[in-house]
Design a protein around this ligand. Sequence first.
Ligand SMILES: Cc1cc2nc3c(=O)[nH]c(=O)nc-3n(C[C@H](O)[C@H](O)[C@H](O)COP(=O)(O)OP(=O)(O)OC[C@H]3O[C@@H](n4cnc5c(N)ncnc54)[C@H](O)[C@@H]3O)c2cc1C
Length: 502
Amino acid sequence: MPTVRSEPPQVLYSMPRDTSSTSPLDRSIRPELDVSVANLRKARLQIAAIVGEENIDSRIDEIKRHTGTEWSSHPGSPDEAPAAIVRPNSTEEVSGVMKVCNELRIPVVAFSGGTSLEAQFANTRRGVSLDLSRMDKILASHKDDLDVVVQPGVGYEQLNQALAEQELFFPPDPGPGAMIGGMIGTGCSGTNAYHYGTMKNWVISVTVVLPDGTVIKTRQRPMKSSAGYDLTRLFVGSEGTLGIVTEAVLRVTTLPRNIRVAVASFPSVRAAAECVGRVVQKGVAIAAVELLDETAIKCINESGATGREWLEQPTLFLKFSGTETEVSEEIQTVREMASLCGNIGFVFAQDEEEAEDLWGARKTMLWGSQALKKRDDDRTWITDVAVPMSRLPEIIELTKQELDQSGLSGAIVGHVGDGNFHAAIMYGEDERTLVEDIVHRMVHRAIEMEGTVTGEHGVGLVKRDYLPHELGQSTVDSMRRIKQAFDPLCLLNCDKVIRAEA
Ligand SMILES: Cc1cc2nc3c(=O)[nH]c(=O)nc-3n(C[C@H](O)[C@H](O)[C@H](O)COP(=O)(O)OP(=O)(O)OC[C@H]3O[C@@H](n4cnc5c(N)ncnc54)[C@H](O)[C@@H]3O)c2cc1C
């Protein structure tokens, strides 16, 4: 029998005075952070007692590396440099650092591999860059359960090397050098996403230090769970704005077999994109498909990365894997689709080494494209959007035309199997407005086609103001409410994803 209580009911949860469900910008309170020299000195002493003085770094070159890159969409400025880099070694140390920063109101930005492209790790409010690279251990590998437990500073390439010894594989493959913490931060994907899905599909659980130092774990290790809100997926793609990931349980799969790589050339980017549309509509589960325009192929030829001259035409790099029968059936179907789209060459990598070189050249296209620079101090703007598959040929063609007419050098590449493509555009300081206009129109076009402002690179600083157009103002305001619930002081990567103040 339930006990009958005579006392008044206890308050179960307190309602905030504001009874609305969203947080519009005009009702947001300006974050009160304190980066005065005296306060930073005080913080430094307390943080040194937690991580050790040797793990606090203020060397100029390291500060620069933690401020931005020349291929970030936001050029960055000395005002956005961190006052110091802190390198913790455990969840407890991260929690201790956050307690100090919470108490002293010092802003913090998490940093893993530093390869993100939308200024995600710029310290817009100075403060601390929390570099997780010392936390680089694979803590457990459960082959029977197909999962691993890792720290945030583990690189995906390092993880795959270790997994290969057990015939296992972790598919998300963003920029070389990226680490699990930052990959969770951006909700990345890469060339394997068409077949395997994105980072969101490969994170089972995360251990997170919240802005006030509280440590939470979002769930245990089962492949599925309906236990409460899906906090795991809330943190994936949150760009370090809600908490610091200090451990993750990741799904892994078996190593792909019988890999074959083919290079198919087409008369136009539209024809190449149409071929991909046909392959996807037919449900052919190829391992990966990448589009490169003729400029991108020229860069690969000039870099000498593959030791062979490829036809400088819009091209698809195709990867097949599976049983031998599956691979030969897929190749047969894709060849048929390609020829229906005016394919003008279908060549296979002659051996494993050439296949790896080709894929490597695609992955490092950004560096290959540096050859397109007209001046040494030109910068690169890499932007990505994604649209429903049926709109892909049209948006790629329009973007390509606009890029060609602008007089700027640039290449179009993309993980087109899921409707996602990138433009990498070189520009000088005096051409910033020109490149901004091209990116602006590309992003607007994607939204108008019921697409998204970013398929995988994330929002960071520059794309924040497109979100209301894509998602609606109330949706963005509800995101702001989530941010305020986790981080009421706006300590963590304040200014990223959504604006904290007008
Ligand atoms: C040549 C090149 C190719 C690329 N190709 C792809 C691609 O194919 N697909 C793709 O998706 N991206 C690609 N990228 C972009 C980039 O590699 C990804 O965004 C990647 O996920 C970033 O990981 P990182 O470790 O470098 O993160 P960082 O740049 O260090 O951080 C990224 C974000 O995550 C946050 N963060 C870092 N660590 C943590 C943590 N422990 N907890 C919480 N938040 C954290 C940071 O604050 C920041 O907001 C490419 C980049 C380059 C340079």
